[in-house]
Design a protein around this ligand. Structure first.
Ligand SMILES: C[S@@+](CC[C@H](N)C(=O)[O-])C[C@H]1O[C@@H](n2cnc3c(N)ncnc32)[C@H](O)[C@@H]1O
Length: 221
């Protein structure tokens, strides 16, 4: 699997989509995602670096991994203004450029919708976490009610095309449990920017830890 992902159109429009979302509530979600974290962090699929301004001072350093070159260039620029040291690296979730047990926190925000191989990405997050480390996640997910879920499934092929491979229908809670994480905190909510529901409204913010009974994650392949 190549480490580079190229989505030039999405990379051009995502900053605008994100600016709209942040003006309508997602800024608060980003702060909530990162509240109370400390130590060393890997942010997986960092995009434009929209989380960087919200890292709290006890964070010693952030390694931000982003496979899309145009988004990575924006993240590199954002890193210069971050309140904590941030290093931006190429790479993808399924093969993180980090040693085993090397970080205290892994951060995934709006990225498990887009990675090609969710089980491998989560196994990688487990692999790089130190014992007792934590995964912070902020994701849009499949709807729990049948009607909205059916609409998500119908729309998904088009959404994937326009959204740089983003899926509306991922069951991220189940994927976390299947990957050997224990979910310690979770807030499920509908994100309705401007008061309007949209296909990616069903959302989660939470904290999960690798279940020690299931051992350290393994590098795939
Ligand atoms: C919707 S954007 C979210 C960006 C950022 N995390 C945020 O919160 O704004 C999805 C991101 O996932 C990245 N991505 C897609 N596939 C990936 C993969 N296999 N590994 C790592 N990142 C990936 C994209 O390049 C993009 O930056």
């Amino acid at each position: 699997m190549a480490d580079k992902i190229s989505h030039p159109l999405f990379a051009r429009i995502y900053p605008r989509i994100n600016a709209y979302a942040e003006a309508h509530g997602s800024l608060a979600h980003r702060r909530e995602l990162l509240i109370g974290i400390r130590g060393s962090v890997v942010e997986i699929g960092a995009g434009t670096g929209a989380n960087f301004p919200h890292y709290p001072a006890p964070v010693e350093r952030v390694i931000a991994v982003e496979p899309e070159p145009r988004l990575r260039a924006l993240a590199t620029r954002a890193a210069a203004d971050a309140p904590v040291p941030v290093e931006v690296l190429p790479g993808r979730a399924e093969r993180l450029p980090l040693d085993d047990a090397s970080v205290d926190v892994a951060v995934m925000s709006l990225v498990l919708c887009s990675v090609t191989d969710v089980p491998t990405a989560l196994a990688e997050a487990r692999r790089v976490l130190k014992p007792g480390g934590e995964l912070r996640f902020y994701e849009h997910v499949r709807a729990r009610r049948p009607g909205p879920y059916r609409r998500q499934r119908i729309l998904n092929p088009l959404w994937r095309l326009a959204g740089g491979g983003c899926n509306l229908t991922r069951d991220t809670e189940s994927a976390l449990r299947s990957a050997g994480f224990t979910i310690e905190a979770i807030r499920r909510f509908d994100f309705r920017p401007g008061g309007r529901p949209h296909p990616a409204s069903p959302s989660l913010i939470g904290l999960a830890r690798p279940d020690p009974a299931q051992g350290q994650g393994q590098r795939a392949g």
